[in-house]
Design a binder for this molecule. Structure first.
Ligand SMILES: [Ca+2]
Length: 493
């Protein structure tokens, strides 16, 4: 017999139902079974099942190659490099042909990724030097902070490059932990130089070896990625896998380098300009990690609950690879410097094996991930990007946007050849404005994807319209002229 004090009143009954419904809506906790009518007043109440019917929020794994150009993957047409796991991923996902980086070098790309803002608005437009006084301001609500608020465990594995380093004399060092990452794994605590691919890693000497010697960095990254997934299997997580490869100085695992050196048409050594065996070996190691991550997700029963994204931060170095059919590479605003591979797999949402030609930029990941996670945007963090979820559902869809702009002022030309410049793509038109000479170049990407025929003299009205639009955009986002760029006098400033 139920005592009077334990009998549910109408009020306590409805409260219990409400709590159960709230728990179910959040996909957390275990709701009790209720439904039908209130035992005391016969009011109809919603049914709450013992197991919440709401799917857990999708895990998001974002895998970034460093200096990995558009043309390196098999699924993008490369016939020398072998990327079976990425090709298999693309075959069940959406692959983008016109995915842009917001900058042709590391730090501004990463600033845009974290903030959803163009680098010109963030104020980081060139790569940060080891003792750089600049860092990504903690006033930003980064995507990691936003997802953490939404209940996600957050981790960065690998390269950060959004701060100067105390060890190199920077007055202030701002690590990922101050930007919303619960876990920072294998990240740098001093200036990053390419080529530290075997333990001990000179970018962080405190990292103890875990794999058999000689421990290869990409292999270690892959093992750590799988471990992170295992640790966080019972909660939604955001894992940013930020590879240091394939940045020069290229250095592959010897067994894989030997494999590629034996292939027909192989280039020779890490500086080979084409069919670079070290780049191919490094990429195969990254690709193997994608396979390990996919296998781990399957093993844990998380494959259907996890979004996988693979992309690169800027174009390949044109002296150790080719970004053809695109012109030039890293450090330039030609297509080869800013067009990236992008594969997105969201189980149950993305159709298999589709190609999306609608242009995107990496400022779009922030609102996209927020939408995937059902995370409420913060008005304190204005965004320049758009969610690409409509493209993930229907790769033939368009977004309400036809213009992309870049701002890349330099005190002197990049050592890889890139010049101080801004650029705008509107529809198929592309204009590059060089700040060192004041000249512009105009291309029709539909007719001339390799940017070989400058149409500026032939189409002065179009050139003027785009140049004016670029100047107006700079004004709108508050693009700054760095103090060390005294010669920088773009039109409209
Ligand atoms: Ca890079």
């Amino acid at each position: 017999m139920v005592t009077a004090s334990r009998k549910p009143t109408r009020r306590s009954f409805l409260k219990t139902v409400a709590l159960g419904a709230a728990a179910a809506a959040q996909g957390t906790g275990s709701a009790m079974l209720f439904g039908g009518a209130c035992p005391r007043c016969s009011a109809a109440v919603p049914t709450v099942l013992a197991e919440p019917p709401v799917k857990r929020k999708p895990n998001i794994i974002f895998i970034l190659g460093d200096d990995l150009g558009w043309a390196e993957l098999g699924c993008y047409g490369n016939t020398f490099n072998q990327t079976p796991h990425l090709d298999a991923l693309a075959a069940r996902a959406v692959r983008f042909t016109d995915a842009y980086a917001a900058a042709p070098v590391c730090s501004p790309y990463r600033a845009a990724l974290m903030t959803g803002q163009v680098p010109a608005r963030v104020g980081i437009t060139d790569y940060l030097r080891p003792n750089d006084p600049k860092h990504l301001a903690t006033s930003h609500v980064t995507i990691a902070k936003l997802l953490k608020r939404a209940g996600y465990a957050t981790g960065i594995l690998g390269k950060w490059h959004l701060t100067g380093y105390a060890a190199d004399g920077a007055k202030k060092e701002v690590p990922p932990a101050e930007h919303g990452f619960d876990e920072t794994i294998l990240s740098e605590d001093t200036g990053i130089g390419g080529g530290s691919y075997f333990h001990p890693y000179h970018f962080n000497k405190s990292i103890t070896r875990r794999l058999d010697a000689p421990e290869y960095l990409v292999d270690r990254m892959n093992v750590e990625a799988v471990d992170f997934i295992q640790r966080h299997k019972d909660e939604p997580f955001f894992l940013y896998v930020s590879h240091y490869a394939v940045h020069t100085r290229l250095l592959g695992r010897p067994d894989l380098v030997a494999k590629y050196e034996a292939k027909p048409a192989a280039g020779k050594g890490p500086r080979a300009a084409r069919n670079n065996p070290h780049l191919a070996a490094q990429l195969e190691s990254i690709d193997a990690g994608v396979g390990m991550i996919v296998d781990k997700l399957k093993q844990l029963g998380l494959a259907n609950d996890t979004v996988l994204v693979f992309t690169g931060d800027n174009g390949g170095e044109a002296n150790v690879t080719t970004n053809a059919p695109w012109r030039a590479g890293k450090s330039t605003l030609y297509e080869g410097g800013v067009r990236e591979p992008l594969i997105v797999h969201w189980p149950g949402v993305t159709p298999a094996g589709k190609v999306c030609k609608t242009p995107t930029m990496n400022i779009d990941f922030y609102p996209t991930f927020a939408e995937m996670a059902g995370a409420k945007l913060d008005p304190a963090q204005p965004l320049d990007g758009l969610s690409i979820v409509p493209l993930l559902k229907d790769p033939s869809a368009k977004l309400p946007r036809d213009t992309f702009c870049w701002h890349y002022p330099l005190a002197q030309a990049h050592f890889l050849g890139g010049r101080s410049a801004g650029a705008i793509r509107q529809g198929d038109w592309k204009l590059i404005e060089f700040f060192d000479t004041g000249n512009v170049e105009l291309y029709d990407l539909a007719a001339d994807p390799g940017e070989s025929k400058d149409l500026a003299a032939q189409s002065p009205d179009k050139a003027k319209q785009l140049r004016d639009a670029l100047a107006a955009w700079r004004k709108r986002v508050g693009a700054q002229i760095p103090a060390n760029c005294r010669d920088y006098v773009p039109r409209g400033k």
